[in-house]
Design a protein. Structure first.
Length: 426
């Protein structure tokens, strides 16, 4: 039976039998017992499936990964210790030294740094394109050694919306998968696989956990990208793996299982970016109410954005979902139920006025975080980007007056009066 997203949030991934726990069990064990070495050897050779060491796989983490897999409509999924780890593994699973990929430029700062500095040190090159580039300009970024196209559904912090179908078409005509970081809308509001994305990643630290409790990440495979059509491009998936006695992932696990099995068997084994079972359990508590919370985050953010738009001390407001915005048509198409709870806006009077505004807030806290139950905000010009001049700030898309506000689950009326009071005090 086809289930709605709310049902998947609450019950996905776990179906207890008679007398078994209703809530998912926390298997707080590093290792698992076997009667014979032979039985265990089969696991090591990937000839049988089962657990043997929690760095590779743990039942609690797998249960939660299975839920996220159902929510996104994929065929296989895994949890990672952070969103950074998820995006790193997603790329590194198909890119080696000498390879290249194309990425949207407006992405999370941590991911931008991972791509532009750290992956470069490993010999993996990236070309950044902007969302308003023409198809021809984006096509020109592809090379024979290009292995993926990467973007965010709603970019953090620029808040621009990706035309997923368009970018899926571009990726596919170059024979590479489209990898989408779906952190901001979550599968409650958008499921990129339904629009042609091949791999979906998450920082579960944000709305999925939603309570500011646990850093974590996830990777979901749509099972739709046919690696075997391009064996010379994806040798790691289509030719024998010497570290597993010559198994070929696509032959053994099919196109629906090869990518995640390889990422688990090779990359988790060697890099160990594994979440703790307890963290997976806490993440699952967040997932159970995700659809209800997202609705509230979006309703309140819209109300706050409308208030800001009408205030004379506010220079501009960006919120995906405000009527008349440049990408409003894309928002209607991809996000009929809402986008996310993050707004950015400019306070008239620039750097000074924005800093004063922030200091006058009482309920909304100053944090370098977004997307949890408690509202928070950040003024990049006086915190994360304080070393930059006003000109440099403008050049990287974060003007001196920009305030990023993450609207939480408090009463919208209380948030608005906190903001109004702070604006009156500038
Ligand atoms: C926060 C974030 C990340 C990084 O995730 P961590 O869990 O902090 O490692 C990646 N992508 C997006 C869109 C994010 O907002």
């Amino acid at each position: 039976m086809k289930k709605g997203i709310g049902t998947k949030c609450v019950q996905g991934g776990y179906r207890p039998g008679n007398g078994e726990p209703r809530q998912i069990p926390i298997i707080q064990s590093t290792t698992f017992k076997y009667a014979t070495g032979e039985a265990m050897g089969k696991l090591f050779d990937l000839e049988a499936s089962g657990y043997f060491y929690s760095r590779l796989q743990n039942p609690t983490c797998d249960t939660v990964a299975a839920k996220i897999c159902e929510m996104e409509g994929g065929t296989a999924a895994m949890l990672t210790s952070s969103g950074q780890a998820a995006n790193f593994l997603a790329i590194f699973n198909i890119c080696s030294c000498g390879d290249h990929f194309v990425s949207l430029a407006s992405i999370y700062g941590g991911t931008f740094n991972l791509f532009s500095v750290t992956l470069k040190r490993m010999g993996i090159d990236v070309t950044f394109v902007t969302p308003d580039s023409s198809d021809e300009e984006i096509d020109a970024a592809f090379r024979p050694e290009t292995k993926a196209l990467f973007g965010e559904t709603i970019a953090n912090p620029a808040l621009n919306v990706l035309d997923i179908e368009r970018f899926a078409k571009i990726a596919h005509r170059h024979g590479v998968p489209l990898i989408i970081d779906n952190t901001f809308p979550t599968p409650a509001n958008c499921r990129p696989i339904e629009w042609g994305a091949d791999i979906v990643t998450h920082s579960t630290t944000k709305y999925m956990d939603g309570h500011g409790s646990c850093v974590g990440g996830a990777i979901v495979d749509s099972g739709k990208f046919d690696w075997t059509k391009y064996p010379e491009k994806f040798p790691g998936l289509c030719t024998p793996d010497a570290s597993y006695h010559g198994i070929t992932y696509t032959e053994r696990f099919g196109i629906e299982g090869a990518y995640i099995t390889k990422a688990t068997a090779q990359l988790m084994r060697d890099l160990g970016v594994t979440p703790a079972p307890m963290s997976a359990y806490i993440l699952n508590l967040g997932l159970e109410s995700l659809h209800v919370r997202m609705k509230r985050h979006c309703e309140s953010a819209y109300a706050v954005a409308k208030f800001l738009e009408s205030h004379e001390k506010i220079a501009w407001v960006t919120y995906p979902g405000l009527e008349g915005a440049d990408d409003y048509e894309l928002v209607k198409k991809y996000f009929p139920n809402g986008t996310c709870g993050v707004i950015s806006f400019g306070v008239k009077g620039g750097r000074e006025a924005a800093a004063t505004f922030m200091s006058k807030l009482e309920m909304i806290a100053i944090e370098t975080h977004v997307a949890d139950a408690r509202s928070c905000c950040l003024h990049p010009a006086t915190t994360t980007h304080r070393q930059l001049s006003d000109e440099e700030l403008v050049a990287c898309g974060v003007g001196p007056d920009l305030v990023r506000l993450s609207v939480g689950l408090e009463d919208a009326a209380d948030l608005i009066s906190d903001i109004e009071n702070a604006l009156n005090n500038i």
